[in-house]
Design a protein. Structure first.
Lengths: 372, 307
């Protein structure tokens, strides 16, 4: 994004809650940037975990997406000041990770990906202990623990040993220990791992609340882009330690929206799908069938250029006298980002203004088989 | 003129009906006491944990039982000494820990893995290191906690003996000197045993392995050294006996205290086999070197564990 881009200034508030490339930081977000990395590299003897990664993360909920082994956990370790970078520099909350690690760790929370809870103590005892390890005096530790456990949704069960908890409850305890000292920023490493769909939704809602209700910024990692789209203001995609994309969640789904359409048949048009396809072709819209997906043959896919496309489809279907069974956005599969990510990496914010209003047909339907 | 307050404000308008207020999220702007406080908290939590305090009833059983086993013989000796109006205690202060070494070893074997293997096994260590403390703080807190727990275990019976001796109206200066020497000896023993126990336990996340390995190192080495010393003594090379004593923790402590703390050596061959002052200096150096080495190894180990 060019620093002179008028959008950058006119919607400063929104931009601030976001994440831009290193260039933009010089202009507007210098005071509120939560995380900055500048050509950050981490090389191990056999593998390069991070390769000249430069990102800026502002306040809000930021998703860090990448396949397993893309360098997400390595980045978190560096940002906590626990692992020196091979090259480049990074700042968290304005503190240099190389020299002010202890100060950073006092102000941030960390929820690891793996299990980290001893089974033979209760959630209360454990979180109180962790609060004291963050420097809270004993009484404050106890009060904050009670508050935090309530906020993450643990009530009576918090007095029982953790060994008897469900996966969802354990994840809540892990989250509580990351929040108990009221940090300014939390790192959540794969918080939805191992949860069932309901638990996953609850966890995502909770993550959203960490920012909206608690005022704490969040950096959350996942290998599923789909779930981060719903939760995050901004998403950073890394692959092989390199930055693939860094942009607001809106742009991700709206730069190229694929519409899926399904219509009914009528006596006049025994093959409604075909009739619509021909009518759309006459209006200059190319369609293709969603082969390989459930309901293939009955579903038409087309690329929405903007808001007009929705109107065209509506008019065409109405003119033919058919019923519109569905018209929905097909969201990006993470692999698509990887495929065309290279094209976008250098111009992450390009052309998002004109898509701002396309809120129609907002039924997220994720393509089958997420995964890195 | 009540203006509707948003839910987040906790101040209820005066005279209003009872309402339930969702006070929402409250931040924390109180003090953050930093690294040294966190290290102290970890120390006190670990020390309490070494006696099962703040943990389940089941985990209190063994440490409390061992503590009782350590103290009861001392209490019996005191009772006998008081009843018979003895002029001296049946056992020297310095000798008591050597006699009870099996109990002490068992305690180290059970509590060292409890202290560090659990954190490794349940991967709690990364949670500590994502906070202000560093590997060195963690190691210092755990080392100090186990050494303190051992000191409580070994010094408590000495205190029983001392109080008993004074009640029996034994010679005050004599008893105080003996008690002091005994205390120095158990401090060294606590540091040495805690270091060895923690180094072994920190290698394995499996508690069972940790327990077995600590027992093996502490008791088998003592058995082997004693056997070799006995053979050397029987072969008539009494002068080599003290040198063999350098190879097990218990004989190390025994050697130090018989050289400098007025104890009678428990080595085969009796008092004559005890180390000379020069040899004793070597013993002291080895003990301190071992404690330092254990600390260094622990630091190295936890640098690697990281996140």
């Amino acid at each position: 994004m060019s620093p002179k881009d008028p959008y950058d200034w006119s919607l400063t508030r929104r931009r601030l809650s976001g994440l831009t490339t290193g260039v933009a930081r010089v202009t507007t977000v210098v005071d509120v940037t939560v995380i900055v990395t500048e050509s950050l590299s981490k090389r191990f003897p056999r593998v390069t975990a991070l390769d000249r990664l430069s990102v800026d993360v502002g306040p809000g909920v930021t998703g860090l997406v990448g396949a397993n082994g893309a360098g997400k956990s390595t980045l978190i370790k560096i940002l906590l000041g626990l692992s020196p970078a091979s090259e480049g520099r990074a700042e968290v909350l304005g503190l240099d990770v190389a020299t002010e690690g202890a100060a950073i760790r006092e102000r941030v929370g960390y929820m690891p990906e793996h299990d980290c809870l001893p089974p033979d103590v209760s959630a209360t005892e454990f979180v109180v202990h962790m609060a004291r390890m963050s420097g809270l005096p004993a009484t404050a530790a106890r009060e904050r623990t009670a508050d935090t456990l309530r906020h993450v949704g643990l009530y009576e069960e918090r007095y029982r040993p953790i060994g008897g908890y469900s996966t969802g409850m354990k994840q809540r305890v892990k989250l509580a220990q990351a929040l108990v000292h009221d940090p300014q920023l939390v790192f959540l490493d794969e918080p939805t791992n191992g949860l069932d769909p309901v638990g996953r939704d609850e966890m995502l809602g909770l993550i959203r609340r960490i920012h909206t209700d608690f005022g704490i910024s969040v950096l959350v990692t996942s290998h599923l882009l789909g779930e981060l789209e719903r939760t995050c203001d901004h998403v950073v995609v890394v692959d092989g330690g390199k930055l693939l994309r860094s942009s607001s969640t809106r742009e991700f789904t709206q730069t190229t929206t694929t519409l899926a359409i399904e219509v009914t048949d009528s006596d006049e048009h025994p093959d409604g799908t075909r009739a619509v396809r021909e009518a759309l072709a006459a209006r200059g819209l190319d369609t293709h069938d969603g082969s390989g997906l459930p309901g293939a043959g009955r579903i038409l896919l087309l690329t929405a250029e903007g808001e007009e496309t929705y109107d065209v489809v509506r008019d065409v279907v109405a003119d033919l006298g058919l019923g519109l069974v569905r018209m929905e956005q097909r969201r990006h599969h993470i692999s698509e980002v990887f495929h065309d990510g290279a094209d976008h990496a250098n111009a992450p914010a390009a052309g998002h203004a004109q898509h701002a209003a396309a809120d129609h047909a907002h039924h997220p339907k994720e393509a089958a088989g997420h995964g890195g | 003129m009540a203006v509707e307050q948003p839910m987040r404000t906790s101040a209820a308008p005066q005279g209003d009906q009872t309402r339930i207020h969702d006070i929402g999220y409250r931040g924390y702007d109180g003090p953050r006491l930093g690294r040294s406080y966190a290290r102290l908290s970890l120390y006190s939590q670990s020390l309490r944990g070494a006696y099962g305090l703040g943990r389940s009833l089941k985990s209190k059983v063994l440490p409390m039982l061992l503590f009782a086993v350590m103290c009861v013989p001392a209490a019996i000796m005191v009772a006998v000494a008081v009843a018979t109006k003895a002029k001296d205690l049946p056992v020297d202060y310095t000798r008591y820990a050597i006699i009870m070494q099996a109990v002490i070893s068992l305690y180290v074997a059970s509590q060292a893995p409890q202290s560090v293997s659990r954190d490794l096994r349940f991967k709690t260590v990364p949670l500590y290191f994502s906070r202000p403390i560093r590997a060195a703080d963690y190691v210092q807190a755990k080392f100090a906690a186990l050494a303190s727990a051992l000191l409580v275990l070994t010094a408590a019976p000495l205190l029983v003996l001392y109080i008993g001796a004074l009640l029996a109206k034994m010679d005050f200066t004599d008893q105080t000197k003996g008690f002091g020497q005994g205390l120095v000896s158990v401090v060294l023993l606590s540091l040495l045993f805690a270091g060895i126990g923690l180094v072994i336990a920190s290698v394995t996340p499996r508690r069972g392995f940790g327990i077995a390995a600590v027992i093996a190192v502490l008791t088998i080495s003592y058995g082997a050294v004693s056997t070799v010393q006995a053979i050397a003594d029987a072969q008539g090379s009494t002068h080599t006996v003290p040198w063999f004593g350098l190879f097990s923790p218990v004989t190390l402590v025994d050697g130090v205290q018989s050289a400098f703390l007025g104890a009678t050596s428990a080595f085969p061959g009796g008092a004559a086999a005890g180390p000379s002052h020069a040899q004793g200096a070597v013993y002291v150096l080895v003990v301190l070197g071992l404690v330092a080495a254990c600390y260094g190894l622990l630091i190295r180990r936890y640098r690697k564990v990281g996140l």
